[in-house]
Design a protein around this ligand. Structure first.
Ligand SMILES: [Mg+2]
Length: 260
C-alpha cells in the first residue's frame, strides 16, 4: 500500500469506484479527502458522455463530496477533443445528451444535419428511429462514424440498459461501416487524463472496476493499475483475462484505511 500512497496523482473511474448509481461507496469520502489534504493530483474519468463536469461535480456534492468541476473528464470531452485534433473546424451530426453537444461546441464543432464530417453517438434517452435513419443517410453520404465509448451495456440499480456500443450497432450494420470508439479501453482517455493533471505515467495510478476497459487502458498507457472489487469485476473473474492488474483491493477506502 505504501507504493500507492507515494503516488503523486490518481486517475479514477467513477461508476463502481466512487459510486454505484446514486449511492456513494464505502471509504470514498475518506479517500477523496486524503487526496485533497495531501495535495495529490486527481481526475475522475468516465466513459459516460451524459453529464458535463459541472453536473458531475453537483452529483458528488449531493453525495456529500466537494470536488470542483475541473477534476472531471468525460468521454464527451475526449470525443470532441479527438475530433478537433483530427479536423479542426469540422461539423457533426450528434445523437446524444446536451452534455455531448456542449463538449462539441466547446471545441467549436458545430451541428450539421446536411453534410457533416462526422456522425457522433453517445448514450441518450432521446434515441429514436428518425435519428438513426438520419445517421445512416449521413454515413452513407460519407460522414465518419464515431462512438463516445464501446460499452454495450450500462449497469443501473435495477439491471442493465443499452449503452453506446449497442445504440450505434444498427448504424454500423445498415451502413457496413465500423465506428471508431474514443472512450476506454482506448488509452486516449487516460492519456488526456494524465495531461490534465500534468503528471508522468510512472507518478500516478489508475483506479478502475473493470478488467475489460479500465485495467487494459492502464496497461496500454503504461500506468500502474488498481482494480477495485466494489464494482463490476468479481475476484474470481480476474483469471479469465490474459493480463492482470498491478494491485487488487476491495475499494478505494482500503488505500487510506491504515493511515494513522
Ligand atoms: Mg466503472
Amino acid at each position: 500500500m505504501d507504493r500507492i500512497l507515494e503516488k503523486k496523482g490518481f486517475i479514477c473511474d467513477m461508476d463502481g469506484v466512487i459510486y454505484h448509481g446514486n449511492k456513494i461507496l464505502p471509504g470514498v469520502a475518506e479517500f477523496v479527502n486524503w487526496m485533497i489534504e495531501n495535495d495529490k493530483k486527481f481526475v475522475f474519468l468516465t466513459n459516460s458522455p451524459e453529464k458535463t463536469p459541472h453536473e458531475l461535480s453537483m452529483k458528488l456534492e449531493r453525495m456529500g463530496l466537494s470536488v470542483s468541476a475541473d477534476h472531471f473528464y468525460t468521454s464527451a470531452m475526449a470525443t470532441s477533443e479527438f475530433l478537433y485534433s483530427q479536423a479542426p473546424g469540422c461539423t457533426a451530426y450528434v445523437i446524444g445528451e446536451a452534455a455531448l453537444s456542449k463538449a462539441m461546441y466547446d471545441q467549436k464543432i458545430y451541428m450539421n444535419d446536411v453534410n457533416p464530417d462526422y456522425v457522433v453517438l453517445g448514450e441518450t434517452r432521446t434515441y429514436c428511429f428518425e435519428k438513426v435513419e438520419k445517421a445512416i443517410e449521413l454515413v452513407n453520404k460519407g460522414a465518419k462514424l464515431i462512438g463516445c465509448n464501446p460499452d454495450t451495456v450500462g449497469v443501473k440499480e435495477k439491471g442493465v440498459i443499452p449503452a453506446t456500443g449497442s445504440l450505434i450497432a444498427p448504424i454500423e450494420i445498415a451502413t457496413g461501416k465500423k465506428a471508431y470508439f474514443v472512450g476506454k479501453p482506448n488509452p486516449l482517455m487516460l492519456r488526456h487524463g494524465l495531461k490534465k493533471i500534468g503528471c508522468h505515467s510512472e507518478d500516478i495510478a489508475f483506479i478502475g472496476d473493470r478488467m475489460d476497459t479500465d485495467i487494459i487502458a492502464a496497461i496500454e498507457s503504461n500506468v500502474d493499475s488498481i482494480l477495485v472489487l466494489s464494482g463490476f469485476t468479481r475476484a474470481e473473474d480476474i483469471g479469465n483475462y490474459p493480463y492482470r492488474p498491478k494491485y487488487v483491493i476491495d475499494g478505494v477506502g482500503d488505500i487510506v484505511k491504515n493511515i494513522k
